[in-house]
Design a protein around this ligand. Structure first.
Ligand code: MN
Length: 481
């Protein structure tokens, strides 16, 4: 793959990085005995597979030159420019953050890794690096294996998940699992051997029935596949379900891909007309996507012979974004396919990954790192809730957010002028904790200023910043930003 790109552009930045890295790492060997350079080609190839741009692929080839060879920062800067140097430096910085198994630290470490760089591509290079290291982990001494595997499962896999890269997140977890907990890994393998075959035979029997239903229901083009649950994710779910595999309904789930959003809902209707849904298990992640941008309709039905079975319905775009997450963003750009429809998706996607942009913006506001980390601590990676405006727009907020947070999220002026709030049609106190699904209406009084009391209960950093800004202004204190 890399070779193809180099042939295509022999004068390009990737070709140059390839030659540079090969020379710098000459003679170095990995623990597996193969040339060190192979690791760099593997990482760069992975980045290319994710559809990343040439700068990032070049950074993949160069990601270890500063740490593992005598190359200086100045040399990389001279040869490859500011941007690539920044990416390579960022990867080294992230690599210095080490997880030592304290669970309370995991969350903080993930945030820190993101805070160490202003360019999210750095994290992607690090993830490509880690993926290849995990694939070759067997060659390391046992103690190191366990530390790295744990770090992968606790830090890197959730980080990938947070970036919407579910495929990668699952792969990293499954690579780490046998090193973290070999006994339970073996147990899961045995269990899966026994159950998957049986489930697969059953789904083969169900498949023609859905196919007929979708055809007769006018869905047109569609694709039906099974998706087996990954091992580590199955193990985690089993632990939550008293280790009873009979309670895991999505052991293998049906995945149906249809052309449009409308047809997603139509297909869901067809499934429900074939088999009754299990109450409380219909999830509409299209209307309210998961915080990492995941979109799909999920339902669990009493399927053929009364066997409980999960279905996931989505469009092709949703599918690609669900598997590749943030990387899908670059694929669209790289292939130059920014046609009307794709562009809409790109915009939607960047809206969903708003937190990345927001984080970058915030970082500029906080000169010292501790302030920045405290700020993200209060906002990111916590449970999100989804509340609705009277016009039906969904607003994404951290859990325990109040009507004031809501108002500021809609518009800063609305926040300032809030005089009261209605939640689900009833007047509610301004410090009430909102829940997902609440309909929130803000009562507004023109020219009103925020009250100092609000600082005592608002949850979002942005509401705090806006309130403080106005209060300072009122007191005649000059604001810093
Ligand atoms: Mn490396």
């Amino acid at each position: 793959m890399i070779k193809g790109l180099i042939k295509e552009k022999p004068e390009g930045i990737v070709a140059k990085a390839y030659i540079f890295a090969e020379k710098k790492h000459a003679g170095q060997k990995r623990k597996t005995g193969e040339p060190y350079f192979n690791h760099l080609v593997a990482a760069a190839t992975q980045l290319l597979k994710w559809g990343l741009d040439e700068e990032t692929v070049a950074a993949g080839l160069l990601h270890d030159v500063l740490e593992d060879t005598k190359t200086t920062e100045e040399e990389v800067k001279k040869e490859f420019g500011e941007k690539i140097t920044e990416l390579v430096l960022g990867v080294s910085k992230i690599g210095r953050v080490k997880y030592r198994g304290e669970e309370a630290q995991a969350e903080l470490l993930r945030k820190m890794m993101l805070s160490l760089t202003s360019d999210v591509r750095t994290v992607l290079v690090k993830l490509a690096d880690r993926l290849h290291n995990m694939k070759t982990l067997g060659a390391l001494p046992a103690q190191k294996q366990k530390r790295i595997a744990l770090e992968t499962a606790e830090i890197y896999a959730p980080l990938a998940y947070r970036l919407g890269m579910r495929e990668l997140s699952g792969e990293l977890e499954d690579l780490a699992f046998p090193f973290i907990d070999p006994r339970n890994y073996e147990m899961i393998l045995e269990l899966v051997k026994k159950y998957y075959g049986r489930r697969e035979k059953y789904l083969e029997k169900v498949k023609p029935i859905i196919e007929d239903g979708l055809k007769n229901g006018g869905i047109g083009e569609f694709e039906i596949s099974f998706r087996a649950k990954r091992y580590y994710s199955l193990y985690k779910k089993l632990k939550r379900n008293e280790m009873n595999i009979e309670n895991i309904y999505d052991l293998i789930a049906f995945r149906i891909i249809v052309p449009t959003v409308e047809k997603c809902y139509a297909a869901l209707g067809i499934i429900h007309s074939l088999w009754p849904p299990v109450p409380g298990r219909i999830k509409d992640y299209i209307a309210t996507p998961k915080p990492n941008g995941y979109k799909s309709l999920h339902t669990t039905v009493f399927c053929l012979d009364g066997i409980i079975t999960e279905f996931q319905v989505r469009t092709r775009e949703m599918h690609e974004e669900a598997e590749e997450g943030i990387a899908a963003h670059w694929i669209y750009k790289r292939e130059g396919k920014i046609s009307g429809e794709k562009f809409k998706n790109l915009e939607e996607f960047s809206k969903e990954t708003e937190w990345i942009k927001k984080m970058q913006k915030w970082k500029e506001n906080f000169k010292d790192a501790s302030g920045f980390i405290n700020a993200i601590k209060s906002d990111f990676f916590k449970e999100r809730i989804y509340v609705i405006t009277p016009k039906g727009k969904v607003i994404d907020l951290p859990s325990q957010a109040t009507p004031i947070d809501f108002a500021y999220k809609v518009h800063s002026l609305l926040g300032h002028e809030t005089s009261g709030a209605k939640v689900n049609g009833k007047i509610a106190p301004l410090n009430i904790k909102l829940n997902s699904g609440d309909i929130v209406e803000i009562l507004r009084q023109k020219g009103k200023k925020p009250s100092e009391d609000w600082l005592g209960f608002v949850k979002t950093q942005s509401a705090k910043d806006h309130i403080k800004y106005m209060l300072n202004k009122k007191k005649g204190i000059k604001n810093k930003f």
